[in-house]
Write a protein that binds this ligand. Sequence first.
Ligand SMILES: [Zn+2]
Length: 645
Amino acid sequence: MVLRLNGWLLAIAILAHRAQSQDTKPAEPIVAAANQAVQSRLPFGDRQDFEDATRGFIATTPDTSDPDGYAFLAHEAPPTVNPSLWRQAQLNAIHGLFKVTDGVYQIRDFSSANMTIVEGRTGLIVIDALSTPGAAKEALDLYSAHRPRKPIVALIYSHSHSDHFGGASGVVSPADIAAGKTQIIAPAGFMDAVIVEAAVGENLKSRRAQYQFGTPLPRGERGTVDYGIGKIESRGASGGGPLIPPNVTIQQPMETRTVDGVPLVFELAPESEAPSEMLIYLPQSHVLDATEDATHALHNLLPFRGSLVRDANRWSRYLNVALDQFGAGAQVLIAQHQWPVWGNERVRERLANQRDLYKYVHDQTIRLMNQGFGPTEIAEALTLPPGLENDWSSREYYGTISDDSKAVYQRYVGWYDGNPATLERLPRAEEAKKYLEYMGGSPAVIARARQDFKAGRYRWVAEIMDQVVFADPSNREARSLAADALEQLGYLAESGARRNSYLLAAQELRAAAPSRAPSVPGVRAAVLHAMPIALVFDYLGTRVDGPRAGTRHIVISWRFTDTHESLTSTLEHGALTWIDGRDDPHAMTTVTTTRAVFDSVILGQRPLADALERHDITTTGDAKAVSDLRGLLVDFQPGFPIVEP
Ligand SMILES: [Zn+2]
């Protein structure tokens, strides 16, 4: 069952036994003063966002499984939270069913993302399905309690991130899809994007997602308050559902379709916030849905969990096209996170601000790159675009200009800063030991770092203590000082993702020992089942222990009777390659099975020997080739260390 959970939830389940809030410290006076100063620097008197976030409120239901989850946000910002992030966390905690305009409704804060419902002539068009079927069901139940019950005629996936499609089975039924009663509409490249993003590096991304979203942290004044554009928790039952593929794909850059009497204009936005994404304009109701390309925040170009770098230039251009094409008519700007903006003038201003945010960080990074500056220098030099510092929706709640500029640098010129002294740096633990040896040993370094901590140089203290911890992870004093510095950085951060990361690092450094959990195959079962067989073998190649495979040469032909797929795989020189769609007469063995059986074996749900014994997998030729190949596949440790070697 655990494998059916999505990655984030799996991570929560694994780490649930961890100590919750041991040894957190108050804000240092320097930090409290800095946070106090934010109060006078930013326009807190402007309450427009609170008006917008509550406008059209119809009703909500209490979260029965978590009644006081974020109730603590009702207080004034404490010294341990940046007041700007605190304000954002308050706004993102406003939940319920809201009327956007006639025929358009949203359910907000029932999950990480929004569900938008457009009322058609005979049924409902649902935009996005939230993270889990349980959350989607609760959202739809709330809607149905206040609006006429109608069948769902279409589910639209705005983009290829799981907080927007993971709950699909809570919205639509396989029978209705098969009977042609429900369209599942997605932007071009949707399935490839979902599968590639989920099949490559899933174990690493799940682990790093804990840092980005703060899932193992307690909530509260010294814990997580938000991840920047919402709360990560989902309402309802926590299980994941199957990945339901689209049956209608938007292919043209600008494509109009009428669904249940409602004209919808889709603007494709590939490689913006997601590899496959689209904006949606509703000309009849004058609503523009910017999905996740224009939210109330500066978004990230490279999330901390890890992904391919997003294209800030195209992201900006899509918003400019939207402004040009829909700017004259749009009266409401909605997104699939957070609250709407009403009024044509404000819609146009918001689109222009967001357009310029991504363009500015893109262009200014390249200007500084060409002037010879490295990524850390560029990150230090750039701030928000001139004139947008006081625009709440441009602020650095999720991405930051600093992190985003590093992403732009990486996209165009990669990890290497051009200085050959950095080409063959020693591995971190080895490097750390040499640094400490040259600096006179850890007691001397810690003593000086304490002085810097007192002076508020937390960034430096975190950096130098990282060296001491990597040289000797058992050094309690170093771990504790590292944790203290990271914690203060967390208290200062305006970005929810940064705060979560800093505070989880502190929590893990203070924990007695890293947690051990059962190893995992590094792919979600729902995604694996949806993968074509060729991609499954690409994924399996990343599980082969290359050095242990050595010079083994294993050629196997595979036939899958349920999906009618076939493929020949070759393991040679530690690399697993394949030819799709045919048998090879020179194969050492031909395997006949079903994808259901095969998937369960590679997920570790069923031993290969059992499947062979019961003839659920049959072979002609050398059967040992199959067990040899299976034996070379490794599993992954989900709680691998990050802040220590
Ligand atoms: Zn999202």
